[in-house]
Write a protein that binds this ligand. Sequence first.
Ligand code: PXP
Length: 249
Amino acid sequence: MSDPSAPYQRLYINIDHVATIRQARRTDEPDPVAAATACEDAGADGITAHLREDRRHIQDDDVERLMSSTRTPFNLEIACTEEMLALVERLRPYQVTLVPEKRQEITTEGGLDLTHDPAALERAMARLRAAGVRSSLFIDPDVDAVARARDLGADAIELHTGSYAHHPDDTMQLTALAHAARFAKGLGLHVHAGHGLTVRNVGPVAAIPEIEELNIGHTIVSRAVFVGIAAAVVEMRAAMDHARSSLRT
Ligand code: PXP
């Protein structure tokens, strides 16, 4: 696969689980904002946080502090609710990724169902556009979902890599990601991806030329326990660059 025009692939670090550790004791450490700064210093291209309806990790105050302290683009993940859209209109982060949210889930389990209340999603896209916020929809790697995302007016899609991460040896999963990414780029969408990626499984996803941005969180915080968060970011960047360099040979 040789594609010298493949763009640089951005690494956005999701710092939610730094807040998960803090919330385990309802104290003030570790601070996800300090973690974001450390990730930026280590080469992260952007910072991602998910303000969940149940506030189980990131809190409203974290979002406000991230907005004023991040030097790189800030990507806020939210559910498509009036509360969250109003917050976004007030704070205007660089990018908003709409994700499905269920209270009982441990993590985001699948992509958005774009057939469920598309009018609400279309209104949300229009509100983000009016606020000058780049919009992304977190979807499964499915060409119908990609086409719907374009029709709803999204700037970008984020392809859910969870199925691939659970079954990295199942070539169908990788093929679905590659097809969806190519199809999306052909429609003029920006292509992001994420969920469940680690240094061990990131290579084949990083090597998909159309994927411009990866959002990675849990493994970074997990590795940080052993090597520190800066080293965890550097390790991930190296794994992505190694895979991406194969495109240019
Ligand atoms: N992208 C989205 C939309 C997510 O909801 C998450 C998890 O919060 C991630 C990426 C990152 O997933 P992980 O923590 O497994 O790296």
